[in-house]
Design a protein around this ligand. Structure first.
Ligand SMILES: [Fe+2]
Length: 279
């Protein structure tokens, strides 16, 4: 399975042309296992996007882009432009002068941060199916030059492409998982990288049922790694999210990560979890 198949789709809530949308998408040659190094420690069996990024063909763009209405939010990655009034509340935090994790922690203790969090929460309530279930995870920074940004604090290593497991629902319930809203507060586009096949499809592609593995017994982390080692030429999708935009992604249902290779400034973003449904 080397070429991009129809699956998880991309939805841009913006005025831009389809040509401009296509230019925000790149594809990798596949995935590869990465060895740990002193400079960038990786956990065992970690996978990252492989090779140079290329532009998608017209057919690949057709497979990836979708139009409203969106009904399957567990199989859709949406890009939205956050209203200026909400973004303005973050300006008081002066995130342009952040250089370290300590700076972020200091910002998170300020009244201005509380005001900005309230503004973003209020904005998101409009789009949440369950407004009491909105959880602001907070501001995060990632250093530049990283092919994987997700860090395992317990084991002190980057984990590579992965599934989130906040809700950790079983396979047949994954469509009920919360999705993740991630607002780009940095000064340049940030990258979300993902594989456009959801967990149920991966379960079927790996023939788990035929192998006697019940959906309720699946080791998801093992399944994710088995997919990438079995289909190393299956492309990773990279989508560019502009400053002031957010992505909404079903990160409990798709293999994904952040990616800061090629950036020249810190990746700063705010994460909120909830059941978001944009029109
Ligand atoms: Fe994640």
């Amino acid at each position: 399975m080397d070429s991009l198949r129809h699956g998880v789709v991309l939805y841009f809530l913006s005025e831009e042309s389809s040509t401009a949308r296509a230019k925000r998408i790149l594809l990798s040659e596949g995935t590869e296992q990465i060895q740990s190094s002193a400079a960038t420690p990786f956990c065992p069996d970690s996978f990252i996007p492989k090779g140079a990024w290329r532009e998608p063909s017209a057919n690949e763009v057709d497979e990836l882009l979708t139009d409203p209405p969106i009904t399957e939010w567990n199989r859709t990655v949406a890009i939205v432009a956050v209203p200026k009034a909400v973004l303005n509340t973050f300006e008081a935090l002066q995130l342009g002068s952040v250089t370290s994790w300590a700076d972020i922690q200091e910002r998170r203790r300020t009244d201005e941060y509380s005001i900005a969090v309230e503004a973003i929460t209020s904005y998101l309530r409009t789009y949440a199916t369950d407004s009491s279930g909105i959880v602001v995870s907070g501001l995060v920074i990632n250093q530049i030059g990283l092919p994987s940004v997700t860090f395992d604090q317990q084991n002190n290593c980057f984990i590579g492409m992965h599934l989130d497991s906040w809700d950790a629902l079983p396979l047949d319930q994954r469509h009920r998982s919360s999705n993740r809203f991630v607002l780009n507060l940095g000064s340049e586009p940030r990258s979300l990288v993902f594989i456009n096949q959801d967990l149920e499809t991966i379960y079927a592609l790996l023939r788990y049922r035929e192998r006697g593995v019940l959906a309720s017994e699946v080791d998801y982390n093992g399944m994710v790694r088995e997919f990438m080692s079995t289909f190393p030429r299956y492309p990773v999708v990279r989508v560019l999210v502009a400053p002031g935009e957010a992505y909404i992604a079903p990160t409990e249902n798709i293999i994904h990560d952040g990616y800061t290779v090629g950036r020249s400034s810190l990746d700063i973003h705010l994460t909120v979890r909830g059941h978001f449904r944009f029109p």
